[in-house]
Design a protein around this ligand. Structure first.
Ligand code: SAH
Length: 453
């Protein structure tokens, strides 16, 4: 058994050759890779080994000797310690190329000859997030909001999150100050005690409606009435204040139960001219302007003429389904979160759409049922979570054989895997279009159209 060729605390001067999918610089010592946070391809850097494994090591960036022309100054040192924006030191055009290149490399590894188009990016790649889930902790006895230090649960105090809608940053501070004023205890992770765990805020990009969700360990929140009154007085955009109960010692942010403290139990926003209501537990894309770019690309890829039966698997609150319904004969959506399906049905009514139906269930189970019932779909739209399509789902596609498949993916690794499996049934992809939904981060979203050929 060979051992690591480097040891902890050793220093080296190396040239960075590549950027890993997590955004770390990669250097090689005789084929042995060293991963360096904050280093960029082409740079000569001094590094110190932090952790050496048999096949690779992690090293800390000590000094940049020759900077990359794509290096930009990060927004703030405190911010750089968090994992919020791991690519913020990389110029935006280079971020877009990085995302295109990541998909290309994964296709190459999977022996897929699919061209990847240049990533569609934003003009202003900051302030885009319409949702925040901000941890609340006591630091030296004072209720503080911020974000976790990378790979830890140590809270770094932050007031400007740069990638969130600035109105959301401001709302978080309003709530924080009210918690301080009324001495409402912050949650303590070590002992699973205290009260307020997170402040979740959603703001409609077009509607300007705002929802505040207090995530609490207990249903009883001291000074609840004063908090509600204080939020309403300071933030006139707020149309909904909710309390979410999360009693367990867990990293999962939201618990399963939510109560309305004031206003609506949903938020409304518009996308591509349709109105959508969004419940606190429902998924909603976090970058509204780029979502419109993504959906437009997906609808175009579907090539609808008005005569098609469309399946929208992983349909969330029905945003893609209802966008496609205008151009199709019938749309069937399937989604596992019941609240999201309730939203999708309400959204169909809200927009006067009568040719879309939504089912609660696991896409892999419902696809099997539809296949057994002999349902024919002309277009199968999929937008799965990071783990991609389940084998049973792919097996059902192999029997149903919809002539066109549109794959919206938030994880190119599972996208490549799934396309390779779909090729066995005769599906061919002409191109993949990345759309940057998450500037300053390493997340990669894309649309791929596949046809039976
Ligand atoms: N297309 C929607 C939602 C995409 S996110 C939009 O653009 O807004 C993926 C969705 O898949 C989430 O709503 C999630 O709740 C749902 N989901 C996760 N696993 C699922 C499964 N096995 N079956 C059906 N839906 C699932």
């Amino acid at each position: 058994m060979a051992k690591a060729p480097v040891a902890k605390n050793q220093e080296f001067t190396v040239t960075i050759e590549d950027l890993s999918y997590e955004g770390m610089g990669v250097a090689k010592l005789d084929h042995y890779p060293l991963f360096v946070e904050g280093a960029l391809p082409g740079e000569t850097v001094v590094i110190r080994v932090v952790k050496a494994e048999k096949k690779y090591a992690f090293a800390r960036l000590i000094q940049v000797v020759t900077p990359s022309p794509d290096r930009v100054t990060p927004k703030a040192q405190a911010y750089a310690q968090t994992g919020i924006a791991p690519l913020q030191h990389l110029a935006y055009p280079a971020q877009l190329k990085f995302k295109q290149h990541q998909i290309e490399m994964l296709y190459h590894k999977a022996q897929l000859a699919i061209p990847v188009r240049p990533t569609l990016g934003m003009t202003t790649p900051y302030g885009y997030r319409n949702k925040a889930q901000i941890p609340v902790r006591a630091i030296a006895g004072v209720v503080t909001t911020g974000f976790y230090k990378r790979r830890s649960h140590e809270l770094i105090p932050l007031t400007d999150f740069y990638i969130q809608d600035p109105k959301i940053d401001a709302a978080v501070l309003v709530v924080r100050d009210l918690l301080r004023q009324y001495n409402v205890p912050a949650y303590d992770e070590a002992t699973n005690s205290g009260v307020i765990r997170h402040i979740m805020v959603r703001r409609g990009y077009y509607s300007h409606q705002m929802m505040i969700v207090l995530v609490s360990r207990t249903w009883v929140v001291p000074h609840q009435a004063e908090l509600v009154a204080g939020i309403k007085a300071a933030l006139p955009e707020v149309t909904s204040i909710m309390l979410n109960l999360n009693e367990r010692a867990t990293n999962v942010i939201l618990g399963p139960k939510t109560r309305t403290l004031d206003g609506n139990d949903y938020l409304e926003d518009q996308l591509l001219g349709s109105t959508f209501r969004i419940s606190p537990l429902s998924f909603y894309q976090v970058n509204p302007t780029q979502t419109e770019v993504l959906y437009t690309a997906a609808v175009r890829a579907a090539g609808l003429t008005g005569r098609e039966v469309v399946i929208d698997a992983y349909s969330g609150i029905g945003t893609i389904s209802l966008t496609m319904a205008e151009h199709a004969k019938q749309v069937y959506g399937v989604e596992v979160v019941p609240e999201a399906v309730r939203d999708a049905k309400a959204n169909a009514r809200l927009n006067g759409v009568t040719n879309a139906e939504f089912l609660v269930g696991r896409a892999e189970d419902v696809m099997q049922t539809w296949k057994d019932q002999g349902l024919h779909a002309d277009v199968l739209m999929v937008d799965p979570p990071r783990k991609g399509l389940a084998p049973e789902f792919i097996a059902a596609v192999g029997v149903m054989l919809p002539p066109k498949l549109v794959y919206v993916s938030c994880n190119p690794a599972t996208l490549a895997r799934d396309i390779a499996a779909l090729q066995a049934f005769g599906y061919r992809a002409t191109a993949t279009q990345p759309v940057d939904m998450f500037p300053q981060t390493t997340s990669i979203e894309s649309v791929t159209a596949l046809t039976l050929g």
